[in-house]
Design a protein around this ligand. Structure first.
Ligand code: NAP
Length: 253
């Protein structure tokens, strides 16, 4: 089966393309660097020719509120129109657990807009919402830095290894469309301040992490439900501590 992965050269996309090829499918990594641009539509019709499934794991180059909204809206509109023309039978997209619960966050608003366009498109679809990737925790830490301190909410977060997001997405792409939303999360929920403290400890970063219930997460105040999954998520098995040990060892080699 031909499967086009929009954003197929990125963190998740490259793992997904590899998984799909290992299962014997013709997976095409579509991205500006491979001649396919979902904003300008360059190469899009050609890439989608003969495709049964499109998986959208593209990401915006700028996360500024208006820029990120325009990226996900324009990209989704262009993709869905090209898919309708090409007769694509399943649109799969990767979104974020809790997007609608943090309307103060411009990135999350853009993901909700992307989801709404997909739901209204008439193309059979599956949306997989993942929690934050382990690889993203460093970015959370940097965004929380105030001088020599990091101020973080102690609200629960349940991050996941990107390998396990790609594995879940592989299953979703190869299954029938659910015309709904599925969730995937890591095996353990923990306070956000503690998660970042563990990262700093593992990387020898001596800065102080301060728990603060009012500390914003990219502009939003969190509670224990903001970033954690609902009733029946698919759960990964890789624990943050084990991933940290492995990735810091790999970085040392
Ligand atoms: N970070 C998290 O914790 C998290 C959690 C849940 C869900 N997500 C979602 O996961 C998805 C994938 O994230 P990621 O970290 O794997 O992204 P990433 O590593 O930044 O990769 C982004 C991909 O998008 C491609 N791209 C950029 N502009 C494009 C365009 N105009 N047309 C086509 N492709 C374009 C890039 O291509 P080039 O390499 O050519 O630039 C690259 O292949 C995102 O939609 C994000 O919202 C993220």
């Amino acid at each position: 089966m031909k499967i086009v992965v929009i954003g197929g050269t990125g963190l998740i996309g490259s793992k997904l393309v590899k998984n799909l090829r290992e299962r014997g499918h013709e997976a095409f990594a579509a991205a500006p660097s491979t001649g396919v641009n979902s904003i300008t539509r360059e190469g899009l019709a050609e890439a989608l020719d003969g495709a049964a499934v499109v998986v959208d794991v593209a990401n915006a180059p700028s996360w500024e509120d208006q820029a990120v909204l325009e990226f996900f809206q324009t990209s989704s509109r262009n993709l869905l129109a090209a898919e309708a023309a090409a007769g694509v039978r399943h649109h799969v997209a990767l979104s974020i657990v809790g997007s609608e619960r943090l309307p103060d966050n411009g990135y999350f608003r853009a993901k909700v807009a992307q989801e709404n366009l997909i739901k209204a498109s008439g193309i059979p679809y599956s949306i997989l919402r993942a929690t934050q990737f382990f690889e993203f925790v460093g970015g959370i830490a940097e965004a929380a830095t105030v001088g020599e301190e990091l101020r973080l909410s102690p609200a629960l977060i349940q991050p996941i290894a990107s390998d396990e997001v790609a594995a879940a997405l592989t299953e979703v792409a190869l299954a029938a469309p659910v015309n709904g939303t599925l969730e995937v999360a890591g095996p353990e929920a923990m306070p956000l301040d503690e998660l970042v403290r563990r990262l700093l400890r593992a990387t020898g970063d001596t800065r102080k992490v301060v728990a603060d219930v009012h500390a914003g997460y990219f502009g939003s105040v969190l509670d224990d439900q903001s970033l954690t999954p609902g009733q029946s998520p698919r759960l990964g098995t890789i624990r943050f501590e084990d991933w940290l040990a492995q990735s810091t060892a790999a970085a040392g080699n």
